[in-house]
Design a binder for this molecule. Structure first.
Ligand code: GAL
Length: 675
C-alpha cells in the first residue's frame, strides 16, 4: 500500500475486531487498558453495529460510538471504522421484506443471523448508502479513525441471490454484455437442449433445474453475482470517499471464499485486507495459510496488505474445531507478515459470552488474562514491535502460479469427466510442492505480464482464453519455463471446448494436445515411468485422472505403464520452444510423486530446491537497503540456519540462527543476504 496511506509508519499494526457493544460500559475501560498491555494499536469497530446505531429508519444514536472512539483515541489506539452493512437491522427487513436474498430453492433467507440482504435490492442500496454517508460525515475528521472497513467478507454467507430484483438485474447485465439476444444464444450455445431465447425477459436465474443447467449460463451467473456484490462495495466506498480521505478497505477471504474475483476487487480498494482461518481437518493447514497469504499479496499487486482477521486458537464453525497449540498462533501471524502483511489482526478482541460465536477463540479468552492465550497475545504484540522496520518492505519472487477465479467457477460446475479433480485441490498440490521445496511464489492471472518470472506453473487452467494461451506461448518462446497440469485449456471463456479440441490453444507451447480424458475409478491408479534427466527412473502413481495425448513435437519424459492410457503412451512431456520449455503433466499426481519431475523443471528454470529444509519456511522481505529473513520452523526439531545479520528479536549480531522446534526468528541482513 502506498506509504501515504499507512498510518503506522515503521510499525506493524496489531489488534482485532472490537465489539464493545456486547459488553457493559465498565468493561471498555478494562479493554483499553489490556489493549495497551498487549501492544494493540489498531481495532476494527462497528462491523455489526447497524441496529445499535440506526435505531429505526433514519433515526441515529451515535452517542456510544462517539464515546468509544474518544476512549480509544485517548489510549492511542487507532480505528478501522466499519460500515455494518453485512447485517441490516430487524426493522429494515420488517419494512422491506423483499430486500431478503432468496436461495436457489426459492427460499427467502430468515432473520436472526447475518448476511441475509439481497445485493440487488434498491431498498438495501438506499439504506447502505445512507448509512455510509452518515457515519463517514460524522467521523471523517475523528483523529482515531485511520481506515474505513466496508461491510464484512463480501460474498459470504450470501452470494447468489435468486430474488425477482436479482433476476431483473441479471437480465440488464446480460443486455449490457451481449447487446442482443442472439449474442446470448451464441455465447451460451442454446441450440443444445432447445434452450434458445427470443427475448431477455424469458431468461431465468439458474436456480434449481431438473438436470444440469447450461454451464455457460452458470459461468455468466457467477460473473454477474460477483459484479453485483462488488457494485454494493463501490456504492459504499464512493459515499465514504465523498466525506473522508482515509484509505478504504473491505476484508477478502483469499482461497477461502470462492465467489469473488479478487483480481477485480483489489483494483477497487485502497488497501487490500484479508481474513484467514486454518482449515482444521488439514494437519498441514499452515501451508494453506501460506497459499492464501501469497494470493492476497499478489492481488494487492505485491504491496503490503492488512491481515484483518485470523484466530488466536480454535474457530467454532468447522466440524471439529481444533485449538492452536502453544506457539502456533505466533508462527501463523509471522507467516502472514513474512508474506507481506503489515498488520496482524484477530477476530476478535474479547470472546463473546453470548451468540453464535461463543466458542470462538479471542485475544482475551473466556479464561481471562492469566490464560496462556492472553500471555501469547502479549508476547506477539511485543515481538511485532521489534519487527517494525519490516513495515512497507516488499517480497520478490521469480516463480508464479496462475490463478483465475473464472477457471475455478467453470471447473467446479457439474458434469465434468471426473468430479474428483478439483481446482482447489490441484492448486494446493502444486503450491505445496513448491512450498516443500523452499520456493516462494507469487500468483498471477494468465493474462498478466509474466516476463519477470523464471517459472510459471498452471495447476488448474481448465478455462483458458485463447489470447491468454498466446501470452503463455510467448512467455515460453522468450525463455520462460511453463508447467501445465492436466485438464488445462479445455474450454474458452464461454465454457465452450476450444475449436481444435482439448488443450489446443497450448499446442505450440507444450508440443502436445489431448485426444481424450481418461479419468480413473475411485480406487484405481495408473503407473507412470518417469525418466529423470539424471537417468534415474521413477515409478509415479497417478490417481483420479489420466489422459490420451497426441504429440506435436514434445519429448516424452514419462510414459503410462498401465491404466486406461495405452501402455507406453505419453504421460509427462517437455517441449522446447524458442528459448524456453513447456512441460505438460497429464495425470493427477500427489505432492510426493511430483518431486522428481519438479527437480528437472527447476533445472530448466535455473532454480534450486531446498528439500533438506522441508517444514521450515525461509522467507524474505526487502527494503531498498535492507533484507528481512523470516525463519519459521514447523518441525519438531531444532534447526540451525546460517544467516549473517542482526537478530531482530534479540537485537544481537548473528552468523546463524538456531530455531527451536515450532519456533521462529527474524534476521535483518544486508540486501543480498544468502541462505
Ligand atoms: C469471519 C467473520 C467474523 C467471524 C469469524 C469467525 O469469517 O468475518 O465476523 O465470524 O469469521 O471465525
Amino acid at each position: 500500500m502506498s506509504q501515504q496511506f499507512w498510518p503506522f509508519s515503521k510499525s506493524i499494526a496489531y489488534g482485532g475486531d472490537y465489539n464493545p457493544e456486547q459488553w457493559p460500559r465498565e468493561v471498555w475501560d478494562e479493554d483499553v487498558k489490556l489493549m495497551r498491555e498487549a501492544g494493540v494499536n489498531f481495532v476494527s469497530v462497528g462491523i455489526f453495529s447497524w441496529a445499535m446505531i440506526e435505531i429505526s429508519e433514519n433515526e441515529y444514536d451515535f452517542s456510544w460510538l462517539d464515546e468509544l472512539l474518544d476512549l480509544l483515541h485517548a489510549h492511542e489506539i487507532k480505528v478501522d471504522l466499519a460500515t455494518p452493512t453485512a447485517s441490516p437491522p430487524a426493522w429494515f427487513f420488517a419494512a422491506y421484506p423483499h430486500a431478503r436474498a432468496i436461495n436457489a430453492d426459492g427460499v427467502p433467507m430468515g432473520f436472526g443471523s447475518r448476511g441475509m440482504a439481497s445485493h440487488s435490492s434498491p431498498e438495501y442500496h438506499e439504506a447502505i448508502v445512507r448509512y455510509a454517508n452518515k457515519i463517514s460525515r460524522r467521523y471523517a475528521d475523528h483523529p482515531a479513525v485511520v481506515m474505513w472497513h466496508v461491510h464484512n467478507e463480501y460474498g459470504v454467507p450470501v452470494g447468489e441471490d435468486f430474488s425477482e430484483q436479482s433476476v431483473q438485474a441479471w437480465r440488464r447485465w446480460l443486455q449490457e454484455k451481449y447487446t442482443d439476444i442472439a449474442g446470448v444464444n451464441e455465447a451460451w450455445g442454446t441450440a443444445f437442449w432447445g434452450q434458445r431465447y427470443t427475448t431477455f425477459d424469458h431468461i431465468p436465474a439458474p436456480a434449481r433445474t431438473p438436470s444440469a443447467a447450461n454451464p455457460a449460463m452458470q459461468l455468466d451467473w457467477a460473473r454477474f453475482t460477483d459484479d453485483q456484490i462488488r457494485a454494493c462495495f463501490i456504492r459504499e466506498r464512493d459515499a465514504i470517499r465523498a466525506h473522508a480521505s482515509q484509505p478504504i478497505t473491505t476484508n477478502f477471504m483469499a482461497h477461502q471464499a470462492w465467489n469473488t474475483d479478487l483480481w477485480k476487487w483489489a483494483k477497487e480498494v485502497d488497501i487490500v485486507s484479508d481474513d484467514h482461518y486454518l482449515w482444521s481437518p488439514d494437519p498441514d493447514a499452515h501451508i494453506g495459510l501460506a497459499l492464501a497469504a501469497d494470493l492476497t499479496r499478489s492481488v494487492a499487486g505485491g504491496k503490503p496488505w492488512v491481515l484483518m482477521e485470523h484466530s488466536t486458537s480454535a474457530v467454532n464453525w468447522q466440524g471439529r474445531n481444533i485449538a492452536k497449540r502453544p506457539g502456533e498462533m505466533h508462527r501463523n501471524a509471522l507467516t502472514h507478515v513474512a508474506r507481506g502483511a503489515d498488520a496482524v489482526m484477530f477476530f476478535q478482541w474479547r470472546a463473546s459470552r453470548r451468540g453464535a460465536e461463543k466458542f470462538h477463540s479471542a485475544m482475551v479468552p473466556h479464561a481471562g488474562t492469566n490464560s496462556r492465550i492472553f500471555q501469547e497475545v502479549k508476547s506477539l504484540g511485543q515481538n511485532l514491535q521489534y519487527y517494525g522496520a519490516v513495515q512497507g518492505s516488499l517480497v520478490r519472487n521469480n516463480v508464479a502460479i496462475l490463478y483465475d477465479w473464472e477457471s475455478l467457477w467453470a471447473q467446479d460446475l457439474e458434469w465434468r469427466p471426473s468430479d474428483a479433480l478439483g481446482f482447489r485441490e490441484q492448486m494446493r498440490t502444486y503450491y505445496e510442492r513448491l512450498w516443500r521445496d523452499g520456493i516462494s511464489v507469487d500468483f498471477a492471472h494468465p493474462s498478466h505480464d509474466l516476463s519477470s518470472y523464471e517459472l510459471v506453473v498452471a495447476p488448474a487452467s481448465y478455462l483458458l482464453r485463447s489470447e491468454d494461451a498466446e501470452n503463455l506461448t510467448r512467455y515460453v518462446e522468450n525463455g520462460g519455463t511453463l508447467v501445465v497440469a492436466c485438464f488445462a485449456a479445455a474450454v474458452d471463456e464461454y465454457d465452450a471446448v476450444h475449436p481444435d479440441g482439448f488443450g489446443a490453444p497450448l499446442k505450440t507451447a507444450l508440443g502436445v494436445s489431448v485426444e481424450e480424458y481418461l479419468p480413473l475409478r475411485e480406487s484405481e491408479t495408473s503407473t507412470i515411468n518417469y525418466q529423470a534427466s539424471s537417468g534415474q527412473h521413477h515409478a509415479l502413481t497417478a490417481t483420479i485422472w489420466t489422459e490420451d495425448l497426441t504429440l506435436f513435437g514434445a519429448k516424452v519424459v514419462g510414459q503410462y505403464e498401465d491404466g486406461p492410457a495405452a501402455e507406453s503412451a505419453p504421460a509427462i512431456t517437455r517441449n522446447a520452444l524458442g528459448a524456453g520449455h513447456g512441460w505438460y503433466i497429464s495425470a493427477n499426481l500427489s505432492v510426493t510423486e511430483l518431486a522428481p519431475v519438479f527437480s528437472d523443471i527447476y533445472a530448466d528454470a535455473n532454480l534450486s530446491a531446498h528439500r533438506e529444509l522441508d517444514g521450515v519456511e525461509i522467507l524474505r522481505r526487502h527494503h531498498q537497503d535492507a533484507e528481512y529473513v523470516f525463519v519459521i520452523n514447523h518441525l519438531n526439531e531444532v534447526v540451525e540456519i546460517p544467516l549473517v545479520g542482526r537478530n531482530m528479536l534479540t537485537n544481537e549480531p548473528a552468523d546463524s540462527v538456531t530455531v527451536d522446534a515450532g519456533g521462529y526468528a527474524v534476521v535483518q541482513t544486508s540486501q543480498n543476504g544468502e541462505r
